[in-house]
Design a protein around this ligand. Structure first.
Ligand SMILES: [Zn+2]
Length: 471
């Protein structure tokens, strides 16, 4: 059997660190990069006798995430204790949500496919373990492990998808749109390298067309889209190989090492009952009022999925362009500013082909003015690229003024171009003779010589026409 007869089935679990000012249940500051163990208090260190207080800002951000993912917001949701012992959890339990999460049953449409969102719930993050000495950074080779409690108790939303994804590429496209959506609504800095966006993937394969699911494995916590995609592809190949040899996939948690491209088993997977979930006795259930939910809904900006559709319909862009421009909110904003005063298709070409430089650099109105110079026939495309480089170096410059100062305007059908064509004909009798004896391809050599002489200030097609008319 080949890969074509197997169908991958992928579901994602995404952890999003919320960018609230303070932690989930205490008043400690919530930010990345502080000295280890400086953002702590008795509460997030799990001292006896402390009582958690819900961060209302985190609740509102969780609701905004739910609304952006087309979820229902639960009238009542409950915090649970998820019990486990590990050095990253001083209380020996994590406050999370279990069977009554705050957001339920949503979806996100990616390239025409609807991907179901099972749930999104609020919880607190664990402390960060820093494996040090020896082979630092890896638990296996390190000599000792330090605990940084700054991250302990920071607010997280865990988003769980339905197993609706059918390829690593589709999973990455989904994740990109989700990341963009979270960035657009401003609830997180979604930086995978800092760990504020983390993704686990549940992967299984089944015979194509089968209605049943195969045994799944969980790929843990990859810190880039690329590694996640590579890891899923490797795991799909491994499972297909096992099944084709008549062996079974074992349910387990795996780590993909991007360096060696190997999959390593971390542990057999826990079941929910292993955690002895029970309702957190120190917190009342969440019951957001309809008025609050409506206020948050009204406050949401235009979301990327809607914006992609609008770019296609309003600006007449191909779907792939609309998606690429929406890879990041600021790229989309920049495109709209350029397209406001120039041709949208050209604006999209320039923004996509020169990213990320202009967004940080060349003002949108300046790029629009450059595009207008091309559209009006003042400069050729190749000259425009030169002018663009000048603008990157000097963003305050005016494109028309640069063209003027450096003598870059197209020579068009002026006498200057005709004179150059005559010169090239006169200087290349051998080429002329070959062309006239039927070797049509020789015309390109002559065009090339004229173009060189114009230093890009002429249109190659026009030069060719002029040459043909003279030969
Ligand atoms: Zn604290």
């Amino acid at each position: 059997m080949s890969e074509a007869v197997w169908e991958p089935v992928i579901g994602l679990e995404i952890h999003v660190q919320l960018n609230t000012a303070t932690k989930m249940f205490c008043a400690c500051e919530n930010h990345f990069g502080a000295e280890p163990n400086t953002l702590t208090c008795p509460l997030c260190l799990g001292h006896p006798g402390v009582l958690p207080v819900i961060n209302q800002g985190a609740v509102e951000k969780a609701i905004e995430i739910g609304l952006a993912l087309n979820c229902a917001i639960a009238e009542r949701s409950v915090f649970h204790r998820k019990n486990y012992f590990y050095p990253d959890s001083p209380k020996a339990y994590q406050i999370s949500q279990y069977d009554e999460p705050i957001c339920l049953e949503g979806h996100l449409d990616v390239d025409g496919s609807r991907i179901g969102i099972t749930r999104a719930h609020l919880e607190e993050d664990a402390a960060k373990l820093v494996h040090s000495g020896g082979e630092a950074g890896r638990i296996g080779g390190a000599e000792y492990t330090l605990v940084d409690f700054n991250r302990c108790g920071t607010p997280l939303v865990e988003i769980v998808t339905e197993p609706d994804l059918r390829s690593p590429e589709q999973a990455i496209a989904f994740l990109a749109l989700l990341k963009n959506t979270l960035q657009t609504i401003g609830v997180s800095d979604v930086d995978m390298e800092k760990g504020s966006l983390r993704c686990d993937a549940n992967v299984s394969v089944r015979p194509a067309g089968s209605g049943e699911f195969g045994t799944k494995t969980e790929l843990k916590n990859m810190n880039s889209f690329k590694f996640l995609g590579d890891g899923m592809a490797a795991e799909i190949r491994r499972q297909i190989d096992l099944l084709e040899r008549g062996l079974q996939v074992v349910q387990e948690t795996l780590h993909y090492d991007p360096g060696t491209k190997a999959l390593r088993s971390l542990r057999s997977k826990e079941e929910a009952h292993d955690y002895r979930y029970f309702p957190e006795p120190d917190l009342v259930p969440l019951a957001p009022s309809p008025a609050l939910i409506e206020r948050l809904r009204d406050g949401l900006p235009e979301l990327p999925a809607a914006r992609i559709e609008r770019f296609a319909s309003q600006h007449g862009l191909p779907a792939a362009y609309a998606t690429d421009l929406n890879a990041e909110p600021r790229l989309a904003d920049y495109f709209e500013a350029v397209a406001a005063s120039s041709d949208a298709k050209s604006a999209a070409d320039w923004v996509l082909n020169t990213r990320p430089a202009p967004v940080d650099n060349v003002p949108a109105a300046t790029l629009a003015a450059l595009i207008d110079l091309i559209a009006g026939g003042t400069i050729t495309n190749s000259i425009a690229k030169q002018v663009y480089e000048m603008l990157v170096a000097d963003p305050a410059a005016d494109p028309a003024e640069l063209v003027e100062r450096h003598g870059l305007a197209s020579i068009g059908d002026s006498g200057e171009l005709e004179a150059m064509v005559d010169e090239v004909i006169a200087e290349n009798p051998a080429f002329v003779e070959q062309f006239q004896s039927g070797k049509d391809g020789v015309i390109n050599a002559l065009v090339g010589q004229v173009m060189k002489r114009t230093q890009g200030r002429a249109d190659a097609r026009q030069v060719q026409e002029l040459l043909r008319s003279k030969l």
